[in-house]
Design a protein around this ligand. Sequence first.
Ligand code: UDP
Length: 343
Amino acid sequence: MSVDRGHVIVTGGAGYIGSHACKALSAAGFVPVAFDNLSTGWAQAVKYGPLEIGDLMDRARLDAVFAKYRPVAVMHFAALSLVGESMQFPGRYWRENVTGALNLIEAALRTDCKDFIFSSTCATFGDHDGVTLTEETEQRPINAYGGSKKAIEEMLRDFAESDGLGHVIFRYFNVAGADPECEIGELHRPETHLIPIVIEATQGKRESVAVFGDDYPTPDGTCIRDYVHVVDLVNAHIAGLEWRLAGKENRAFNLGTGHGYSVREVIDTVKRVTNAPLTVQQAPRRAGDASYLVSGSQRAIEELTWRPLRSSLETIVEDAYQWHQSGISDQWLAEGRDPSGRT
Ligand code: UDP
């Protein structure tokens, strides 16, 4: 589709989820403007609209970008998002995530942009001992990452009251997989996420995979997570944007599949898909990890008519593996985050 339905500012648009959101926005007729400081993203991932290099701490830069594009909406992905790191450096998480979102909201409101799609997380719920998490579950985070995202959810509700800020909140479970057309995919340095780590180990890029904890109250003792394909996830964001543009209410949605897989089951699936040898080692628990995070996503399925069509664990791993085998991520790594040298 090539209809111009206006600009959407996508913070973190050079990152993993943000770049897939840009592709989906472009397919839906919007022009995605990636706003990114390239601290963890890659300029090469920005293919579907302009890249504006900038930092959420820089209010003047935000104002300039909003004035330039007069966006119809904002999708906010840029954030520090690692559970383990957030336990080590909580100050960074509280400062950068919360202040960044505040600066962004205020910049949007200054140009009368009042539709905000927010990337939140299942980490806002904390540990509920094997209970499936719905939108009604109490949010009691157990790490600074989840705490900072919960604070932003509350901030959005306050600005909705004071300034009429329209918003849709998506609480992601574990996002994985890659664009099936293999134009973009996941590339973190350092990589901390389970599926890419296991794939890299099957490719001989790592010696082994460490399983963090085997004494959790789960059937095989390892943590259980609900994995959702990045393409399904960003399609929900498009549905959320349409929801807001149609003038519907502010709403929060969980995004997962309702199926949980243990760390060991994920490792077994990667082994099966790649048919490659793998060394697995037992390691201590990682601080801040909940034992069981599985989503009840009925609300998104019913109200947004969302269908997580690519989110079987097999398909997620197949798409991720195709991306890792394509050599594109190796090329990005060789080129650096910004081959044109702007940063
Ligand atoms: N995990 C692991 N080894 C690794 C990376 C992750 O055992 O090298 C575990 C981690 O402790 C968690 C699950 O895999 O229980 C998913 O972790 P990930 O970092 O992918 O996502 P998170 O759940 O933290 O968002």
